[in-house]
Design a protein around this ligand. Structure first.
Ligand code: MSP
Length: 662
């Protein structure tokens, strides 16, 4: 029999310079499952990536005066850096802009069109751009806001291709019925079932109002709806239409791990597309809950930090991994705040785990010259520790296989605490004082053998910590290369010399750390240099920050926040194209007491000559940025509508250049 194999995916992430600690959950989750299964001897394909296309991305790029490609090319490396810093070992990182993927999207679209499953029609309806989702009027309420994100929806009317999703409703229901594990947790499965039984409509699968997407092969004024583009990444990633052998090996996926917000796309639209394309369905879609802060959505408040890089810098990747995996229960939401994170570090990591190891090594050095002794006859308490180590391996394995990673850690920490209790009960110091050397040898052997197994079992969740423990215990090689068989009792050779080392996790003073972080937050907010940076240190120059970028608690700013922005009237003196940048113009503007150059992404809306002489409004105190080698000393204000039209903000009556706008 060949090696068992497992294909697991995260969703592909929207390029954004504001990834927060909540985003990291899905990826860390998949990484821990992958590492555990690899330890268990399976071959694992772990796919993640970026969802480069779509109107949301195009708008974000425009707001920054960049082309969408420039924008995504700048952001995607910061994702990879974040995953590297979090010790995420993916097999492949796919970007939807890659040619291998564009080919897959176009081929599936063509196939469905050829067989009559995609047809041309017209769409009129309410659309939420940030969520890239159409909504029925009945779902919107009086305020006409998106039921998912709460932001205003827009009325859109356009020619569109439609996918005959309705045709697959019965087949899909039958599949869900016959495969109880297909959608997990069960409560989510029930939601999906009632959604389908309430009536599936055909799905609009192309757009004409923007062009940042995969062109429909037979009608290139349409681009493929971003979700169809995105979902098919799971096929491209394992070689669909490029490497038949590879594809046959890995498809269907074993598990798509997704946040609960995007379950419907994965459990309804995606299987319907696959049914139409005649491809097998993934074995499982698991929807996890969300990490929320005390104010509800992910946001920072006094002392609270949600920027994953800042958190890793301060607390280390394993502390973050532990918190995420321990705190989020199967399918449930969980609360995040920095104080809770510090408490987990202090109690579970510094005290239970780190201190347990540290004191064991100190005792071995004191009583046994740092060498693990030969065990003598075991007593019931020793047998009980051994039995617990054995049953923990099985419990963690079962928990990981059913995706209950928090249960896996709860089980593991039962062993961690049992080891500490074993020390307290066996009292090696008394045995040493009383000269009971054989008993001391048995106790120390059992203690160090349990610690060795603990290090091995912890490593898939906390790779750096597992390896550090392994080395401190005097074990050789890479812990994760040992295989789960190394968890069998008896792997420690008597005579092994422990190496010891620094405590795994320092104990933190909660108040002191929170104060420091609050001060750091304030400094960042008051320093313009820091303010112009996104969560991962990306320049956020000229951004029109949207509410979903997790900026403040409730999306509202104070009058003082607003007063930081210096808006002034400016007269356009000259305007020119920029070689090689078809969206950018460079303007020379008069601000009354000074002249400046501003680079703006308006070339597709204004000819340079029609701008000269116009009176516009600019942000005068923006940190200068270089765009396509041209310095931009400010940003002009413009409005855009849903169809991408743009209009400069001008003055109703002419006022002198330099006048203050407020
Ligand atoms: N691009 C789509 C996915 C396409 S997959 C074919 C997308 N991207 S995302 O960047 O918005 O989200 C990526 C993942 O992060 C999703 O699983 C989402 O649920 C998850 N999370 C975003 N915020 C989160 C929390 N606050 N907590 C936990 N997970 C969160 O959706």
């Amino acid at each position: 029999m060949g090696k068992a194999k497992y294909y697991i995916t995260t969703p592909i992430y929207y390029p954004s310079d504001r990834l927060h600690i909540g985003h990291a959950y899905t990826t860390v989750f998949c990484d821990a499952v992958s590492r555990w299964r690899r330890l268990a001897g399976e071959e694992v394909f772990f796919l993640t990536g970026s969802d480069d296309h779509g109107q949301k991305v195009q708008r974000a790029a425009e707001a920054r005066g960049m082309s969408p490609r420039e924008y995504v090319d700048q952001i995607v490396p910061t994702f990879k850096e974040l995953w590297r810093r979090l010790d995420v070992a993916y097999t492949d990182f796919i970007r939807t802009t890659e040619p291998r993927h564009v080919k897959v999207v176009q081929s599936i679209f063509q196939r469905l069109y050829d067989q009559g499953d995609i047809y041309k029609g017209a769409y009129e309806g309410w659309y939420c751009t940030p969520c890239e989702t159409f909504w029925l009027e009945s779902r919107l309420g009086e305020e006409k806001v998106c039921p998912d994100c709460g932001r205003p929806v827009e009325w859109v009317k356009e020619e569109s291709y439609f996918f005959r999703m309705s045709k697959y409703a019965d087949q899909l229901l039958a599949h869900i019925e016959a495969n109880p594990d297909f959608i997990q947790p069960e409560s989510r499965r029930n939601e999906v079932v009632s959604f389908i039984t309430s009536g599936l409509e055909d799905l609009s699968v192309s757009r004409t109002t923007f062009d940042w997407g995969v062109p429909v092969p037979f009608d290139p004024k349409h681009v493929v709806y971003v979700w169809i583009d995105a979902l098919t990444n799971y096929l491209t990633g394992v070689g669909y239409l490029q490497d038949d052998e590879q594809f046959a090996k890995w498809w269907p996926a074993d598990c798509h791990v997704v946040g609960k917000d995007i379950l419907r796309f994965h459990a309804v639209i995606w299987p319907a597309i696959l049914l139409a394309a005649g491809l097998p369905l993934p074995k499982q879609v698991y929807a996890h809950g969300w990490l929320l802060t005390d104010t509800g959505k992910m946001s920072k408040s006094k002392g609270n930090v949600i920027d994953p890089i800042r958190l890793i810098d301060r607390f280390g990747a394993d502390a973050i991994r532990y918190f995420l995996l321990r705190e989020v229960a199967f399918g449930q939401d969980a609360r995040y705040n920095t104080e809770a994170l510090i408490e987990r570090i202090n109690f579970d990591l510094a005290n239970d785990l780190g201190n347990g190891l540290h004191r064991s090594i100190a005792m071995l050095r004191r009583f046994c010259d740092g060498k693990i002794p030969e065990p003598g006859p075991a007593e019931p308490m020793d047998e009980a520790l051994k039995a617990l180590a054995d049953s923990t391996v099985r419990a963690v394995d079962a928990a990981v296989r059913s995706l209950h990673l928090n249960t896996a850690l709860v089980e593991l920490w039962k062993l961690v605490r049992a080891i500490n209790k074993y020390i307290d009960d066996a009292q090696p110091w008394t045995l040493s004082k009383e000269g009971r050397h054989e008993r001391l040898g048995t106790v120390m052997y059992h203690l160090f053998e349990a610690l060795r197994i603990e290090a091995l079992l912890i490593a898939p969740f906390l790779p750096t910590t597992g390896q550090a423990m392994w080395e401190q215990l005097g074990q050789e090689g890479q812990v994760l290369d040992q295989g789960l068989k190394a968890a069998a009792w008896g792997g420690t050779r008597p005579g092994t010399v422990v190496k010891g080392g620094d405590p795994l996790f320092p104990r933190l003073d909660v108040d002191q750390v929170l104060d420091e972080l609050a001060r750091e937050n304030e400094e960042r907010e008051s320093s313009p240099a820091q303010e112009a940076k996104g969560a991962q240190g990306q320049p956020k120059a000229e951004s029109k920050t949207t509410k979903d970028e997790a900026g403040s608690d409730d999306g509202l700013i104070t009058i003082d926040d607003f007063a930081k922005v210096e808006l002034r009237v400016a007269r356009v003196v000259a305007a020119d194209k920029i070689e090689g940048a078809d969206k950018l113009l460079k303007l020379q503007v008069d601000l009354g007491d000074e002249k400046r150059q501003i680079v703006a992404g308006i070339a597709q809306h204004y000819q340079p000559e029609e701008l000269v002489g116009k009176t516009i409004v600019v942000v005068a105190n923006l940190k200068p940025a270089k765009l396509r080698g041209e310095i931009s000393q400010g940003m002009l204000l413009a409005a855009t509508d849903n169809s991408g039209r743009l209009s400069l903000v001008t003055l109703e009556h002419d006022l002198p250049a330099g006048s203050v706008v407020r």
